[in-house]
Ligand binder design. Sequence first.
Ligand code: X2X
Length: 359
Amino acid sequence: MNRRIAHLRYTLALAICFAVAIVFSVNGEAADFKKEYKMQINVGPQFYWGMGAQKFSDLVKERTNGQINIKPYWGSSLLKGAQLKSAQLVANGVIDCAMESTINISPVITEANIFSLPFFINNFENLDKMEYGETGKAIFKAMDAKGLVGLAWAENGFRQVTNSKLAIRTPADVKGLRLRVVGSPIFIDTFRQLGADPVNMNWGDAVTAFGQGVVDGQENPVGVLVPVQIWQYHKYATFWNYLVDPVIIYWNKKQWNQFPPDIQKAIKDSAEEAGIFEKALCRAGLDGDKSLNLLKDRFNHTMEVPEPVKFMESKGMTVTFLTDDERNAFIDATKPLYEKWVPKIGQALYKQAMADMAN
Ligand code: X2X
């Protein structure tokens, strides 16, 4: 008899434990957070993009009362520099999350090449219309299908070309130039089309290559050119806004779905806030007073380099802006790219992007 009571008691105790565990897990209070969530980022903390990643991590910590600790791994250190592997490793859960350029996710998300079509987007207004319009939603949907949850848009910026040889004004000027580009096929295609000699290289190796003069030039936005002090290697910059790389903050989907809703909200809100901050850093001095004021008013942040173009000139660089005719010559020269790349990106997305921009 005593044994039966003991057994009953034991069963009851087990049942209570079970019920408590279920209640806690439903409430999320017993959720098992990792000590550290690893974040992939291709550049270092001194870049505007890096400052945005740090902001994201800080905001998440604050808004989750220290429960979620995101550690940025700078310079693609988790990937041994192989920047184009970022999306693959977040999708399969080796890395938890990333704040990454659309160029670097393009091997997994072909649709992301929409931003790399030469001379397609051209200005910040068009870019914002796409990101916050149907194009942005379509990109996040494509990511979802690959096991990635897109949380917010941020930016690297419109990419400008720099080199050590000459002030580029015409497609003929680019002929034969040895230019470092990211190892993404659309970049190789674009510069081959222009008659240049593109060399693909990870960012981690690129700066050494600039120093050794292995390449004549490269292309990157102001948010990279200024921190890396490109004037040490290249005297000439041509601001041609030929394409842009937005940055996306994204998370491994399986892990994301296991977070309780309050944690998801805190992370998503932080990503959006950090994205706004980081975009403004990258645009500061390139969109009149807009981003400079936003940084001051909303983030109490004063830019060290409020006028990037003047700053580059003060370092001895010749900064060239194209006339409409000069620009049109580049547009004509790169048009054949569309025949190959629009079908890869998807006709529907291409049309959607045009509709967003016309809105
Ligand atoms: O590799 C580059 O050029 C960089 C830093 O801009 C990107 O990560 C796309």
